[in-house]
Design a protein around this ligand. Structure first.
Ligand code: SF4
Ligand code: SF4
Length: 373
């Protein structure tokens, strides 16, 4: 099992779209974190994962040291594998913390919305100034310790027009693993923004094609994830968003939730508490897992079922208040994105691009043998 430890609610930044609880500086005691780690091993079937989360987890770097040592030792005692992850804004990395992550195999994602204008539109410090320069000056160092650093880029109405310049900036800095996330809950989205977003996605599609044709190795989740659902397997409900089956979030006070989005100040989030590290899981956990797998009534008959992000019960809850109700903005987004991803796939298929085939089709050698080359 994977446990996501909300080590602190505090952060050195004040991103405008942050859904973490208001910055009250509540820290998870090490004893609570250790119980959560034990739970991960106990429910892990021989493989556990600890993910450091916040707020900003690097504010608790001493705790990360202690917990990593604890988790490693406990996993060894119990004959379990142990994996580590971290989500960070990256601005507090030092040589010391980067070396520690490298030496202990802590794989991490940093928040990087793009070029200065895009990043600083949302990601600001407590004083309200942009944080882009803080991260930009650390990027070379970060990548020198972890060339597989993932950049998570949030798209808002304010950054739509900077998507292409942002991907080019991120690429130019050497990042090759890029995940975009739309801030669906942003109040400023309008249909007009979606027209511009579609144009921006088409520009990103051209960028993607350019890099695949050049033989570059990279991952751009925006298209790769959709191409995978076409070429390999559709997304089954309860797999990517499992609602607490194999991945749980632990709040600083030890309460367990199905996802990071429920560790929040929203009053109805408390209804999704599925246990506590002191007492284990409650029956609500199984009820919610089953509910999340029970289908999406709004989507019956849709051709995009299995390719659409409607599987995310946590996102559905965040936007509609219901786990199985699909938000109209998400539906509009998926109906726009999937055809663009498919155009990318069709283009590369028609070009018999070997890198594309190798990546997305297990049986590509067979395809070439039958004259597709
Ligand atoms: S870096 Fe993360 S935790 Fe900190 S304010 Fe931004 S979104 Fe919130
Ligand atoms: S595109 Fe809309 S209707 Fe179709 S599966 Fe997604 S959310 Fe449901």
């Amino acid at each position: 099992m994977k446990v996501i430890l909300h080590l602190t609610t505090n952060c050195n930044l004040r991103c405008r779209y942050c859904y973490a609880p208001a910055k009250r500086d509540v820290a998870m005691p090490p004893e609570t974190a250790k119980k959560a780690i034990d739970l991960a091993i106990q429910h892990g079937n021989g493989s556990a994962c600890v993910s450091y989360f916040g707020g900003e987890p690097l504010l608790r770097f001493d705790a990360i040291r202690e917990l990593t040592a604890y988790a490693t030792a406990r996993a060894r005692e119990r004959g379990s594998q142990m994996h580590f992850r971290m989500s960070t804004n990256g601005t507090l990395f030092t040589r010391d913390s980067l070396a520690f992550c490298r030496d202990h195999n802590i794989l991490f994602a940093i928040s990087l919305d793009g070029d200065r204008e895009a990043h600083d539109a949302q990601r600001v410090t407590a004083e309200g100034t942009g944080s882009w320069a803080l991260l930009d000056r650390k990027l070379d160092l970060i990548l020198s310790y972890n060339p597989h650093t993932v950049a998570t880029s949030v798209i808002t109405p304010q950054t739509v027009d900077r998507l292409e310049s942002s991907i080019r900036y991120i690429w130019s800095r050497g990042v090759r693993y890029i995940v975009h996330q739309l801030d669906y809950s942003h109040p400023d989205w309008t249909p007009e923004h979606f027209v511009r977003l579609e144009a921006a996605y088409r520009a990103l599609a051209e960028f993607y094609l350019e890099k695949v044709r050049a033989g570059e190795a990279f991952h751009m989740g925006l298209f790769d994830d959709k191409l995978k659902t076409h070429a390999a397997s559709p997304i089954e409900l309860g797999v990517l968003c499992d609602f607490g089956a194999k991945k749980v979030s632990v709040a600083p006070d030890g309460r367990i939730f199905p996802c990071v989005q429920f560790v929040s100040d929203r009053p109805d989030a408390a209804n999704f508490c599925i246990g506590h590290v002191d007492r284990g899981f409650t029956p609500l956990r199984d009820e919610l897992i089953a509910k999340n797998r029970s289908g999406r009534p709004d989507c019956e008959g849709c051709a995009l079922l299995g390719r659409c992000s409607n599987y995310c019960g946590c996102m559905n809850w965040q936007l509609t208040g219901k786990v199985t109700a699909t938000p109209p903005i998400l539906c509009a987004h998926e109906r726009m994105l999937v055809p663009i991803a498919d155009e990318v796939g069709n283009t590369l298929w028609d070009e018999r691009n070997r890198r594309f085939m190798r990546r997305h089709y297990d049986h590509f050698e067979e395809l070439f043998a039958y004259g597709l080359d």
